[in-house]
Write a protein of this length. Structure first.
Length: 150
């Protein structure tokens, strides 16, 4: 006889991928990992967002819009800009629509967690399509999609 026991849950923040590890304990004392080990919950893309949109946003984030200058190459934040990969959002719920509004309108230094402004549409102004692409990439960082790479 074998029992499956939940061992732990990884990634407990809202919208984050999660993993449940089950351990099979047999009567003879053997311990085996379940086939469920390492499986992740799928995160659906918001309406109008594709993996291509996220890829374009990644290029803008690291390039022309220069978001990575304040938010770091991997989006984990610096002394100049907050972490975009965690579940903590000061100005909203972390949804794609909220991120679009934040990138479009920026953040004043008084609203900023770091005391520095985030300019509207990036350091080099970008158009509406580019704003949506950057927002898609930032959204993907916060959902655990790792910038669109599964």
């Amino acid at each position: 006889m074998t029992w499956l026991l939940p061992l732990w849950r990884v990634g407990c923040r809202a919208g984050a991928p999660w993993t449940i590890v089950l351990v099979s304990v047999g009567l003879l004392g053997g311990v085996h990992a379940s086939p469920l080990f390492g499986q992740k919950r799928a995160v659906a893309l918001p309406e109008g967002v594709t993996d291509s949109t996220i890829a374009v946003g990644r290029e803008l984030f690291h390039g022309m819009a220069d978001c990575s200058g304040c938010h770091a190459h991997d989006g984990t934040g610096t002394q100049a800009g907050p972490d975009l990969t965690d579940a903590a959002w000061l100005h909203g719920d972390g949804s794609y629509g909220m991120v679009v509004k934040l990138v479009t309108h920026g953040v004043t230094r008084f609203e900023s967690t770091k005391g520095r402004p985030m300019p509207m549409r990036g350091w080099v102004p970008i158009d509406d399509g580019e704003v949506r692409a950057v927002a898609a990439y930032v959204w993907s960082l916060g959902t655990g999609r790792r910038g669109g790479v599964e």
